[in-house]
Design a protein around this ligand. Sequence first.
Ligand SMILES: Nc1nc2c(ncn2[C@@H]2O[C@H](COP(=O)(O)OP(=O)(O)O)[C@@H](O)[C@H]2O)c(=O)[nH]1
Ligand SMILES: C=C(OP(=O)(O)O)C(=O)O
Ligand SMILES: [Mn+2]
Length: 587
Amino acid sequence: MASKLESLQRWVNEVAALTRPAQIHWCDGSDAEYQSLVQQMLQTGDLIELNQQTHPGCYLHRSNPSDVARVEHLTFVCTPEEEDAGPNNHWLSPADAHARMDALFEGCMEGRTMYVIPYCMGPIDSPLSRCGVEITDSPYVVANMRTMTRMGAAAQARIEREGSFVKGLHSTGELDPERRFIMHFPHELTIKSYGSGYGGNALLGKKCHALRIASSQARNEGWLAEHMLIVGIENPKGETHYIAAAFPSACGKTNLAMLIPPEGYRQEGWKVWTVGDDICWMRPGADGRLYAINPEAGFFGVAPGTSTSSNPNALETIARDTIFTNVAVTADNQPWWEGLPGKPVTDWQGRPYDPANGPAAHPNSRFTVSAKQCPTWSPKAEDAQGVPISAIVFGGRRPSLVPLVFEARDWAHGVLVGAAMGSETTAAATGAVGVLRRDSMAMKPFCGYHYGDYFAHWLSFEEQADKLPKIFHVNWFRKGKDGAFLWPGFGDNLRVLEWMIDRVEGRAEGEATPIGTVPADGELRLHDLDIAPATMDELLAVDQAGWQAELGAIGEYLDSFGGRIPARLQQEQQRVAQALAREAITS
Ligand SMILES: Nc1nc2c(ncn2[C@@H]2O[C@H](COP(=O)(O)OP(=O)(O)O)[C@@H](O)[C@H]2O)c(=O)[nH]1
Ligand SMILES: C=C(OP(=O)(O)O)C(=O)O
Ligand SMILES: [Mn+2]
């Protein structure tokens, strides 16, 4: 199936001339195509069959051990002017980047099949959706893209109609970490990725298109492309509020999106609906509110820690038709990771399990699964108009200082709270784990342009302030002196979300502090939760001296973006710093 669209056909021809594949396959997205890819990968060893009695349609992929996570140091944003990529991105000039990448791509598909994957990010009929085409030589990428996007004939038809699309070129190359780059050309709507088969580096619809390229498009077109989950909270009266939440990678988006209410809430009739677990595209609707879609069609979730106690919804979702990457296996060939019962016999690299080699499953091992399999998948997730957002939440892993929850006093303060986000690093990217770093709006690895301009873009929505969502900050990861988490987290996070909705609906007073509003005594419903009052006090306290130091650090961080940082944001930082200083004098 060639393309009627001349620009698409021409690009495919150009890429084929450069990479010299043995054949070209245009993906139609059908079941038959998926099954035939799976059969082929079982033969080559790219996939390993798992126990089909317990896990029908489930397969294991073991990646190269040097290719298990995103590589931020090899990821570039290639704007014509270096200044426009910002200090938050690595930069190369477009000419240099194309030259470097084209040299790598030259002849790289010899003897292999080149797959052309037309895909749509978002419901196929939504005006908020955007299309792209990924060219790859990896059948594993094709199989994953089929699950993660609306891939195939319908997407191609939309592309032919619209005439424009994001171009993504990918090859796994030799998997040589020295010959691995992920390059973005936002002004050309182009991505080139070479030398990695890992999710965020290779499934180009996800981080590369739906975040880095889309964030840049969104800025030009007046919308927001964010690293956020979307969850619907239905109260016993049947009213549903949608919440969008930005947490850095491996900080709880999938878990919050699939939350199971605590027993007492379930009995009262509360329900939680999953709309998205990683990416959120939002724009103002005719009524001035922000409407959001999830551009993805599946979950590329972190496996370790996913268990019946933490996330039973996810476990149910991945019981069939799932591709597991870099997990361990049990004696009877079931997928296994730390947090599951039973025990591993083979580790993620295929070696007999030996605790001396570290965890059995790679800490960044993943599952790829269709969102439709999620028991709490929201019918609204397919809605072309998107869902109205009542609250935006920022959060990260902060073992100390940051309270369980606080509310920004207005939009501009909320933008500061998002910009100031910090979190301990995780295994989702290569590098040290557990180091505190600033990760504004959880977009540090994903913002496709200068962070200063990005903050200004966020602030520009202030004009329709009265219709905008309220902005909150949460921290599920506070630790006590013994190093254990103070807050039970997971399902109990609903207690915090309920307070947010009460604030949105004007049902909770809250208590004003210099850093924002925290729940007043008794406003968080803890009746059936076994938690000591002293622990709650610790979780909600605002440590004045600690926050003064934090505001100083935030000020320095903002200054590091130079002249492009909006004055409005610096004024907010000063306002909060002064409020803290006043408190220090009066207390
Ligand atoms: N302590 C604690 N850990 C959590 C909570 N939510 C998620 N996690 C853990 O954080 C890790 C990543 O969670 P996940 O939802 O996959 O993050 P995502 O990558 O942002 O989607 C897993 O190990 C979870 O068990 C929580 O509320 N409290
Ligand atoms: C999907 C990815 O990112 P995250 O860690 O945010 O899930 C990824 O790393 O490929
Ligand atoms: Mn993510």
